[in-house]
Design a protein around this ligand. Structure first.
Ligand code: IMP
Ligand code: MG
Length: 175
């Protein structure tokens, strides 16, 4: 069977939800500056849309991490491929992720970033697959909870493809 994409969350619904979450974040951080950290590459599309909806002053930084091992299963230990450019000391930090699956990536990342003395640190994710959780991580903002299916689009890839889809879809016809 050839690969095909079934729409799970439409472009209109994604954009609407990001607007709502952005509004909520603006309220929660009123009077503060927000330092947003995007986890490359998957969170980039979401991060840009979200940042545009936040009305408090925003600074941005990026980090690239990978879990060891291949395929669609996260192995549990992370490798920092690109570290942040700036210090987190005294900042109100929001980590922006594309998806939380096993929770392994964020669990280890939080551990690393908390040691850099931010004033506060919260997590915002576009997607959450709670059924697959192995590590307990507290997620502060979730746009959509989704079932245990492999999804692409809005930054998420399958073998580096489909990141640029403006909606979230399920890849069909893969093993
Ligand atoms: P974790 O299992 O929570 O550590 O998830 C780590 C990473 O796996 C995510 O940041 C994604 O890059 C990737 N991932 C997990 N589920 C999916 C999916 O359904 N589609 C695309 N990437 C995924
Ligand atoms: Mg990721």
């Amino acid at each position: 069977m050839a690969e095909s994409i079934r729409v799970l969350v439409s472009e209109e619904d994604v954009d609407k939800k990001i607007y709502e979450i952005g509004t909520q974040i603006s309220k929660d951080y009123e009077g503060k500056d927000l330092h947003i950290i995007g986890i490359l590459k998957g969170s980039v599309f979401f991060m840009c849309e979200l940042a545009k909806r936040v009305t408090v002053p925003v600074t941005m930084d990026f980090m690239s991490v990978s879990s060891y091992g291949a395929g669609t299963i996260s192995s549990g230990i992370i490798n920092i491929k690109k570290d942040l450019d700036e210090s987190l000391q005294g900042k109100d930090v929001l980590i922006v992720e594309d998806i939380i699956d096993s929770g392994n990536t964020l669990y280890h990342l939080l551990d690393i970033l908390k040691k850099r003395h931010p004033r506060s640190i919260k997590i915002c994710t576009l997607l959450d697959k709670p059924e697959r959780r192995v590590k307990d991580v507290k997620v502060d903002y979730v746009c959509f909870q989704i079932p245990d299916e492999f999804v692409v689009g809005y930054g998420l890839d399958y073998a580096q493809k489909y990141r640029n889809l403006p909606y979230i879809g399920v890849v069909e016809g893969i093993e």
